[in-house]
Design a protein around this ligand. Structure first.
Ligand code: M6R
Length: 615
């Protein structure tokens, strides 16, 4: 939520900041802004409502010189999207410029105090209080900027990643982090880069430092990185290596990141399994399970916490873990779990699933679980993000950067990791026979190839999509392993095409939702050949009997459903537990093509941001 980027070095800052904003735009795109100090020491701030491209046009005729700057792309929390509410915000005297990602919870109290002392605010954002407070403290107490930041942050409650420029010290950027991500890139030419995630940095350096909560970093041209805390004690964060290629950050010939990411899935799943599944020995090695074997094997219960698509992956994980490991699994929305005094035993394993690793509610659920003495395990995509750093151990899904706001490859990566974890734990717990283990593992290894087949439905789905663009409501039905797929299919459609959609367990229809069925409501049924196939056929008949129009995902060669469904989309056969890995693909494609037909901006759906770093 909101992307921040900064640069200080010997190159012209403007193209680096603009390119960085484009890479971060998936985090927020209602307004954007940039602040740079030019050669004469003038602090120039340009901001506009709209996308980064609008900011770029706005800046075309402006002075964009300078070797130091900060920039921001916003996802509004306090105050509507407008150029005034856009960041950077500047201080009363115009000396400081600040960008912020997060929420300042006590901003009203701070603002009232500052207003009473004569400070005038320009915007209605919570963020502006930071720059006004810092300047007020600095000028009134005759402090250096760093000292003023330390004093100010002591007064602030909330989440922030901030970066500040000071016109009087044009060779310095100060940044700080509390509960919102901030990465610093260390360039070979003594330059510093800073960003909300590594994507704007990767093209310049692979050496990064992830700031920890409470860290304040001073980036000064020609000096070593200086990180202190609010008490001014020196911190020694680790320099890490990032492994992100430029190709991963670009669209590679696809019109949208979402489509690229859908098509990447077979290779992503191969990457996810690489080094973990050993074909020669037909076995799985997960270092987290080796390192924490006792803890994991002896767990009496697993609680999965996650949000959105990651929560749907958790629902699939529950089924496969319970089925293979015979340990009870509960799946909780992190946002509910964190506020409802849940019962957590020291023998519980809490698994937090998150693509970004920065979701505020999931992070809060982790803290709650840790404080209750549970062992916390992370399943994450973004390397070095907050969740992998706050969990005791975990597994990266390794599907590469996911830029499209609608999550696709992360979902299948999460399900793959949960499947490997289930198999591994089942073997250690002796709850699976050698035959069953081999059968499931062999099938898992064939999934990437079957995903390639599932992707061949793209053309058919592209042709079907226009039929559904009129729809105001859609229903997605599935049972067993395919029920979470129905939820996920509905979420994809909602978020990028703005058509209301609901996922439902097919058998629950007759307990209410069947009243909604008429010829105007498209119904998508996942009716692949699994243990509930016959039951799902009855559910389809119930819909058809009421005039409903059914599009069914079926297993290739299925002749029965063809007789009464309006459309069928065929998928390769697989085991029940891996149906979601294949069935989710046509539903992702369906949502994508419907949204494209409706002329929507697939990668930047309205009101959404890629990582939800506020609660
Ligand atoms: O980064 P996370 O996996 O923690 O994100 C959770 C949700 O915000 C995310 O899955 C969201 O629902 C996606 N936009 C769905 O496509």
């Amino acid at each position: 939520m909101c992307g921040i980027v900064g640069y200080i070095g010997t190159k012209n800052a403007y193209p680096i900041l603009m390119e960085g904003l484009k890479r971060l735009e998936y985090r927020g795109y209602d307004s954007a802004g940039i602040a740079m100090i030019d050669e004469q020491g003038k602090l120039n701030i340009y901001k506009t409502k709209g996308k980064v491209a609008d900011l770029e046009s706005f800046c075309a005729e402006k002075d964009t010189t300078g070797h130091v700057g900060i920039a921001h792309t916003r996802w509004a929390t306090h105050g509507e999207p407008s150029s005034i509410n856009a960041h950077p915000h500047y201080s009363s005297s115009g000396r400081l410029a600040l960008i912020h990602n997060g929420i300042i919870e006590n901003f009203i109290t701070i603002k009232e105090k500052l207003v009473a002392r004569g400070i005038q605010f320009k915007s209605v954002t919570d963020s502006e209080v930071l720059v006004q407070l810092i300047e007020y403290i600095m000028l009134n107490n005759k402090l250096e900027l760093l000292e003023a930041v330390q004093v100010a942050l002591h007064q602030v409650i909330g989440a922030y990643a901030i970066a500040i420029l000071d016109r009087e010290h044009p060779q310095t950027i100060i940044c700080a982090r509390q509960s919102s991500p901030l990465v610093i890139g260390l360039g070979d030419d003594d330059a510093f880069y800073l960003a909300s995630d590594a994507s704007p940095i990767a093209e310049y350096t692979d050496k990064v430092v992830y700031l920890n909560d409470g860290d304040i970093a001073v980036l000064q041209l020609g000096k070593e990185l200086n990180v202190v805390n609010m008490e001014n004690e020196t911190q020694h964060p680790k320099v890490r290596q990032i492994d992100v290629t430029l190709g991963q950050l670009e669209k590679g010939g696809f019109p949208y990141f979402m489509l690229k990411e859908i098509f990447e899935q077979p290779n992503c799943i191969r990457d996810c399994m690489r080094g973990r599944i050993h074909t020669e020995e037909n076995s799985i090695t997960l270092s987290a399970v080796i390192d924490y074997r006792e803890k994991l094997v002896n767990a009496s219960r697993i609680i999965i916490v996650a949000c959105g698509t990651s929560w749907h992956a958790g629902l699939i994980g529950k089924q496969i873990i319970e089925d293979l490991c015979r340990v009870p699994v509960e799946v909780e929305y992190a946002s509910e779990f964190r506020y409802r005094n849940p019962i957590i035993y020291p023998n519980d394993i809490v698994i937090a699933i998150s693509q970004s690793g920065e979701t505020a509610d999931t992070l809060a659920a982790i803290e709650l679980a840790r404080n209750s003495g549970a062992f916390v395990f992370g399943i994450c995509n973004v390397i070095g993000a907050s969740i992998p750093r706050r969990t005791q151990t975990g597994i990266y899904i390794h599907v590469g950067p996911e830029i499209g706001v609608a999550s696709t490859k992360a979902f299948t990566g999460q399900v793959t990791v949960l499947s490997m974890l289930a198999l591994c734990l089942a073997k250690e717990r002796h709850t699976i026979s050698a035959n069953k283990y081999q059968k499931i593992l062999n099938e898992l290894m064939r999934i990437p190839e079957k995903m390639e087949q599932a992707l061949e439905t793209n053309e058919q789905i592209e042709h079907l999509a226009p039929i559904f663009t009129y729809a105001k409501n859609c229903l997605y039905l599935g049972r067993g392993y395919n029920y979470p797929v129905a939820l996920e299919g509905a979420l994809k459609l909602k978020e990028i095409s703005y058509i209301h959609a609901e996922g439902y367990p097919a058998a629950e229809m007759k307990h209410g939702p069947i009243a909604l069925i008429d010829s105007e409501m498209p119904v998508f049924v996942i009716a692949t050949h699994d243990s509930l196939y016959e039951k799902v056929i009855s559910n389809i008949q119930e819909v058809r009997a009421r005039g409903g129009r059914v599009t069914a995902l079926v297993t290739e060669g299925d002749e029965r459903i063809k007789q009464f469904a309006n459309h069928v989309i065929e998928l390769p056969d697989t085991l029940d537990c891996f149906q979601p890995l294949l069935a989710s693909i046509p539903l992702q494609l369906l949502a994508y093509h419907i949204a494209v037909c409706k002329g929507k901006d697939v990668d930047r759906p309205r009101n959404l941001a890629k990582s939800v770093t506020v609660e």
